[in-house]
Design a protein around this ligand. Structure first.
Ligand code: FE2
Ligand code: FE2
Length: 482
């Protein structure tokens, strides 16, 4: 060992493929068994973070938090995949990854899941859980032998980078949400839960556990979507966006406005997908929902994140035009609400696939991309290009995880169609109940776009007033996930 300092590579070439110097490579490291124990805890923490993002996304009213949870669910799912694959390489089949590594660690995540407000949830996640995971990653990076355990270190590098970004987002969000009286004592209790588990990675000495606070009564999952004040009329079905897009009488430049609305409206897809994933992964003994492979959850979480990106592409589109969208468009949640409240998780998946397979048709994603290209608006063309590419990926995901469960595509489509038919969207009732007037917001949006362009509105375009609420038979043409 003493000779290692004096050891030199030939001609001073970078040794050991550049991953380490000789003293550290010759130093100690974790045994395979010790490393697997830690990786399993990192995996468990990532699983719980993923599930918590899914569990809270739909009922979270704040749009920015919804989008953040969509992204972080995706990152956590990617971490889970990396950790699973690495554990499987370390003499550990069967994986045993479904085992809870420590009851105190379970209680710790149960507490966060049950946090009663957005602020507390964020505090638990981004001030305690993610920093603890980050410390565990850094500790493992220090403790691993850089040569013997190079494959693990590569996985940890990804977690390290992503966690830094996630924690920074959480801190920035917390900085603008008002603090709550119960917050500090609870955050201390969370730290005590981690201590009781011998820290997140299990390397500490376990201390005694605190009493459950929010998890004491269990967690009640809420699948009903909530929106913030920028969505004051979420039942509004007053503008039939597709009719406008497909009508050759209207100019492409104005159709871009409607397309941006369609993108932004995709907020409802993560709201629906989060519910189906969370309900499936936590289902016990329910054949309809449970028993899916991890690869299914990974693919579907990627799709969830893509749909959140599509919504944000719409938001950015309005922002770059200078249109303050909450003042001009009513973004409805009726699709996610209807599916979440009226269908089983499997039926929701069937509807999602049924709608998405329709997007590959003539009036689908190619049409929208051509529209973007013909509009002369480089941004519209760009986002539709990626929207289309994402949709092709989603079609593959649908084939693998939905169609594969049926004898053929026709049967899969019939089931999807039948599930879609089951969803009752009673527009008249919503109007009668005073939930909405189905206000036609199009003229206002169009006039604002004209004002910003310095042009006079064209009365023919301004007059457009086809409403979903008036075209009940066209329910199917609401390409909600498109
Ligand atoms: Fe989409
Ligand atoms: Fe999609």
């Amino acid at each position: 060992m003493d000779h290692i300092e004096g050891y030199r590579s030939l001609k001073g070439l970078p040794a050991l493929a550049g991953i380490a110097d000789f003293p550290s490579a010759a130093g100690p490291g974790l045994s395979v068994d010790a490393a697997v124990l830690r990786l399993k805890r990192l995996h468990y923490a990532s699983q719980r973070l993923w599930q918590t993002c899914l569990a809270r996304l739909t009922s979270e009213p704040l749009y920015e938090l919804k989008m953040g949870f969509s992204y972080h669910a995706y990152l956590a799912a990617e971490h889970i995949t990396l950790l699973r694959e690495r554990v499987a390489e370390m003499r550990h089949p069967p994986l045993g990854l479904d085992k809870i590594p420590d009851p105190a660690l379970e209680s710790f995540f149960d507490e966060i899941l049950a946090a009663p407000t957005s602020r507390l949830l964020l505090g638990g996640l981004y001030q305690v859980a993610l920093p603890a995971l980050f410390s565990a990653v850094e500790a493992m990076q220090r403790d691993c032998n850089p040569l013997a355990e190079a494959p693990t270190l590569r996985v940890l590098r990804t977690l390290h980078t992503d966690l830094l970004e996630m924690i920074a987002w959480g801190k920035e969000s917390l900085a603008v949400l008002p603090a709550e009286p119960e917050e500090m004592p609870w955050l201390h209790e969370l730290a005590a839960w981690l201590d009781a588990a011998g820290s997140l990675d299990g390397t500490g000495a376990p201390s005694s556990a605190p009493h459950p606070r929010y998890a004491a009564n269990g967690f009640r999952y809420d699948r009903t979507p909530q929106r913030d004040e920028r969505f004051p009329d979420p039942y509004n079905m007053g503008v039939h966006a597709e009719e406008f897009l497909y009508d050759p009488a209207f100019p492409v430049r104005d159709k871009v406005l409607m397309m941006l609305f369609k993108r932004l409206r995709e907020i409802d897809v993560p709201e629906m997908m989060a519910s189906l994933l969370y309900e499936m992964v936590t289902a016990t003994g329910d054949e309809e929902a449970g028993g899916k492979k991890w690869a299914f959850y990974r693919d579907m979480t990627r799709q969830l994140w893509d749909e959140a990106r599509h919504a944000m592409m719409g938001e950015v589109g309005f922002a770059r035009l200078g249109i303050d969208w909450p003042n001009f468009v009513c973004v409805n949640f009726t699709w996610s609400k209807g599916l979440n409240e009226q269908l089983t998780p499997r039926e929701r998946h069937a509807v999602l696939w049924f709608i998405e397979q329709g997007l590959m048709s003539k009036t689908g994603k190619r049409f929208e991309w051509e529209l973007g290209r013909d509009s002369g608006d480089a941004y519209a063309e760009l986002i539709q290009d990626y929207d289309w590419a994402d949709e092709v990926l989603h079609a593959r995901i649908g084939r693998d995880w939905y169609v594969a469960g049926f004898p053929d595509v026709k049967t899969a489509a019939e089931y999807g169609s039948a599930c879609w038919d089951k969803v009752v969207a009673d527009w008249e009732q919503w109007r009668n109940d005073g939930l909405t007037r189905h206000f036609n917001w199009w003229p206002g949006l169009y006039r604002e776009a004209c004002r910003l362009r310095g042009e006079e509105p064209d009365p023919e375009i301004e007059r457009y007033s086809v409403s979903y609420a008036e075209t009940r038979a066209d329910l199917r043409r609401i390409a909600a996930s498109g």
